[in-house]
Each structure stands twice: as C-alpha cells, then as structure tokens.
Design a protein around this ligand. Structure first.
Ligand code: F6P
Length: 529
C-alpha cells in the first residue's frame, strides 16, 4: 500500500466519507447560518462560493490536514524557484516566471531568466503594436487584417480560448483564426476566405516537430505562394513561436520573425509566453500585460494565503474529496458565459494531460485515483442537453459553474436570464425536489455539489487570474497525488506511432497486430500520402 493511502490523514478522510454518507448539503446550511460566509473566498474581482459542497467542518479540516501533511509547500517553493520538478524530462517548470511582475530573480542553471523573459515581452510589444497600428505591411503594402495561428494542444488551446473570451477587447480591424486539426478541411475552410496580401500566419510550436502543425504550416505556405503568383519571400506573412529556432529557420521563417521561449515552459502552460502572441495581437500588449498581472496576483495568493483560505488549494481539495473518497470520475465545468465557450476544452488539456498519470514521481504505481475526466460546455445550452443526467442520472458529477456579473448594456435582459438560470441550477442540484405528490420519475434527489466562481467582469486581468487558479488547482492535486503533472508520455507514444505508421504503411506492416494491419491496408487503398 502506498504511503499516501496508508497515512493517518487519508484514513481519517475515508472514515469521514463513511460517517457523512447520508448527510445532505442543504442540512449543513440549516446547521450553520454563516456557512456561505465561511465557505467563500474573494481575490480581487474573483469570488469563489464553495459552500454547496458535501463538506462539513470536520471534512474541511481533515482535507486541510491532508494538504499540510503533503509535500505541497516544498513542491510549490521548488516550482517557483526553478528547481527541476518535471523529473522525467529533467526540467524546471516556470510558467510562473513568465508572469512574475515583481523584482525577484528566477534562477535556472545559475542564470536569472527574468531579463530574457522581459526581452521576449519587449519583442512581443514591438511586433504586436506594429501589426495593430498597421505599420507592419504585407508584401504588397497592405495592413494585416487576418491572423492565422497554426498550432495544436498547448500551442492552440490557450491563445484560442483567450482570444475568444476577450473578443470585446479585440482590434476591430483584425480577425483571428486558429488552425489545429491535421484534417485538411480545417485549413481549407479557413484559407478559403482569406486574402494572402493581408494575412499573417503565426506558426506556434514549441518543438517545431509536431506533425499536424508542420503539415498545416506547409499547406499555408504553399497556399500563400499560389495566391501571390509564386512570391517566394514569406517574411512579411509568416512568423514562428518556438523553442527550436533552427527548425523554424529551416522552414523559411526569418530569424527576426521567430519569437522564442524556453524548454521550461510546458505546452499547456505556455499562453503566458510568446505562444500568447495572438492574444497580444488581438487585445493589445497592455491588455496582455494585464492578463499576466491577474495571473501574478493569483500566484501571490497561492504562495501567501493560508491553506484554508487559498482558492486553488481549496478547489484542489474539494476535487480530491470527490475523486478519492466519494468516487467521482469526472469534473464538469460549465461557464455561464458564451465568451468562455472554449474554457472547458482548455481546462481539459490542462488537467487531463497534467494529472492523467498512474505512477508516482518515483515510478511506483499509485493505488488511488488521480486526475478526473474534465468536460463541459456553456450553460444554458448544457441545461437542454446533458443536465438531465446530472440531475437524475446514476453518476456523481461535481460541477464548477463560472460566470461574470457585469452585463453588457445592450444584452442586460439576457445576462439576467443567464445568471438566474445558473443560480437555479446550482440550487436545484443541491436541493433537488421530492415534494409531496411527485411520482418516482419526477423526483430529483439533489445533494449534488457545485462550486460557483464569479468574476465581476471578463477582463484580461480576471481571466489571467482564473486560468492561474486552475493551473494551481491542478498543481496542488498533483502534489498530493505525488505524481509528475508536467510530462505527457502517453501523448508522446501517439506521436511516435503516428510517424512510424505513416512511414511503414506502404512498406512492411508486419510487426503490427492483425487489426492495425487490416486497417492500414484499407487506408492505403483509399488515401495517398
Ligand atoms: O499534447 C502534447 C503536446 O506535446 C503538448 O504539450 C503541446 O502543447 C502540443 O503537443 C504541441 O506541441 P508543439 O507545441 O511542440 O507543437
């Protein structure tokens, strides 16, 4: 048995799970008039209400004991100070340095990385301002009207989600497109409506070796040349964001058009680096910095706030309680805000790529569940799709509701309906309905937990804080589970096999299992490489 599951604090939580099995969340409110005040935290314009969870004072205390007895403090200090905590890839994990707005140096291999980070931000500022104010011209002298980000995973989801979330801050004359899927229909459809003379491609790839991105980038380059009657010089229309300058240059990107970042920035944590270039192009450099400021504020809170008032720690512990002690398999994220419609997809990668692990940092198998299946989509759409299962199904699904309070003047009535729907749902999940006279199939048991996260408004700063909140939540859970949240060997396996299969499909398929061989033959028959 693993040290974690045999620890006193773990055993205590198992015992509490038994003892509170029949408890009802709604009774906790009857027993404690101050529950809402006690179980809510504010940081700036972010407010977390975690009172509608199946957690009483004893459980909360035991969860805090669990984190106090974990290596979190040590790991957190190691992360912020640049120690190698991604042990399998032998790297520090320093997305927090990217948004370090203080004066503290961050040392990696004996060198302070902060000057490099500031220089990279300066380059981002100059370029984003040139493009936004029209000084950056296409090869025919046109200003840039369309920016196409080509990337996948962390090189797509973060910027994509943020640009969409902050659409109201977008430069009015520049449109943004994100191409990620290797399915040619994705790029074909996007390019169809673009004018090469005023289009800027941002090839975003940490490694500059990802098959999907390179293929899309080559297709974009070919399209550009076709559209421009064979114009060879792509320097006004292609920039790259990568740690691999040599490969980007080999592709034909001018050295001065390469925005570099560092191996110690994990893909899913990279939107704070130059991978955030489309964000800066869309909302402007100052707003980009505001986003970093918001994340920095969350970083300080994460480091300084006591554990029992620490937003990411609390959210992580609530998740641990449900996953490890009450058997939850999934975590739903339901933003009641159309602007946040890409947030569940972003959080899916953040959480599932980070904590989808089954060995601990020593390589020993874990004997407890780790990261949940994260899923979701916007409310109120979800209400009319999958909420039925959440209300009356046999599964236990904790929910994070996320919303912004401030309404747009023209859509105030809509916003009111949106927010009241969210309140109604959170209430219904907790209280259910078993009023007299209801038939069996009509009654809802309730007692289904949720967090409500409110922002005053969706601003760059608040969004930065929200993203950092989830990053740290994932980090805390990883620390408690004693896993490496920063590698992704399962994904690497898929990448390697895709390369092998694409090379061998026309040659020898021996060595593959029968099914793969049969399918390879069918693919070969129908598709040329
Ligand atoms: O999904 C695995 C992954 O390696 C991510 O971490 C990364 O964001 C993505 O693939 C794309 O990799 P790259 O940025 O190197 O193209």
């Amino acid at each position: 048995m693993n040290l974690l599951t045999s620890s006193v604090t773990w055993k205590k939580l198992e015992q509490l799970a038994q003892e509170t099995q029949e408890d009802r969340i709604s009774d906790y409110f009857k027993q404690d008039a101050k529950r809402f005040d006690k179980m809510s935290v504010r940081l700036g314009e972010l407010f977390l209400d975690f009172s509608k969870n199946k957690i009483n004072d004893d459980v909360f205390k035991a969860l805090i004991d669990l984190v106090e007895h974990s290596s979190l403090r040590q790991r957190r200090a190691q992360m912020f100070s640049g120690d190698i905590i991604n042990v399998t890839e032998k790297r520090p994990v320093l997305h927090t340095a990217l948004r370090n707005r203080g004066d503290e140096p961050v040392i990696v291999d004996g060198v302070d990385v902060m000057p490099e980070i500031r220089a990279s931000l300066d380059k981002l500022k100059v370029f984003s301002e040139q493009v936004r104010n029209g000084d950056w011209k296409g090869y025919k002298g046109n200003r840039i009207t369309d920016v196409v980000n080509i990337g996948i995973g962390g090189s797509d989801l973060g910027p994509n989600m943020v640009v969409r979330a902050l659409l109201q801050f977008r430069h009015p004359d520049i449109k943004f497109h994100f191409i990620s899927n290797v399915d040619g229909q994705h790029i074909k459809k996007t390019l169809k409506n673009l004018d090469a003379k005023s289009t800027l491609f941002v090839v975003s790839t940490k490694t500059f070796s990802t098959q999907e991105t390179l293929l899309n980038a080559k297709t974009a380059r070919r399209w550009f040349r076709e559209q421009t009657g064979g114009h060879e010089d792509i320097s006004q229309h292609f920039v790259a964001v990568s740690t691999n300058q040599a490969a980007a240059m080999e592709f034909g990107i001018a050295q001065e058009n390469i925005f570099e970042f560092w191996a110690w920035v994990g893909g899913r944590y990279s939107l704070w680096s130059a991978i955030g270039l489309p964000i800066a192009l869309s909302i402007g450099y100052d707003n980009f910095i505001d986003m970093l400021e918001g994340a920095y504020e969350m970083d300080r809170h994460f480091v300084e706030a006591p554990m029992d008032q620490n937003m990411p720690v609390i959210m992580a512990l609530i998740g641990i309680w449900y996953i490890n002690f009450l058997g939850a398999e999934t975590q739903a994220v339901i933003p009641y805000d159309q602007a946040l419609h890409q947030l569940p997809a972003f959080l899916q990668q953040l959480d599932m790529e980070s904590n989808g692990k089954s060995v601990d940092i020593n390589g020993d198998p874990v004997d407890y569940a780790t990261g949940p299946i994260v899923w979701g989509q916007t409310g109120s759409n979800g209400q009319h799709a999958f909420f039925q299962l959440l209300h009356q199904g046999t599964r236990f699904v904790p929910i994070d509701f996320i919303a912004s309070l401030e309404a747009d003047e023209q859509t105030e009535e809509h916003h009111f309906a949106l927010l009241t729907n969210m309140l109604a749902q959170a209430n219904a999940f907790m209280n259910g309905d078993d009023s007299d006279g209801l038939l069996e199939y009509q009654s809802c048991q309730g007692n289904r937990p949720s967090n409500v996260l409110l922002m005053d408004r969706i601003s760059p700063r608040n969004l930065g804080a929200l993203i950092a909140l989830y990053e740290h939540k994932v980090f805390v859970q990883g620390a408690i589970w004693n896993i490496n949240s920063f590698d992704q060997w399962g994904v690497q396996l898929g990448k390697r096999l895709a390369n092998e299969i694409s090379q061998q499909i026309g040659e020898s398929t021996q060595g593959y299992d029968q099914s793969t061989q049969g399918l390879m033959a069918l693919v070969r028959k129908h598709v040329k490489s």
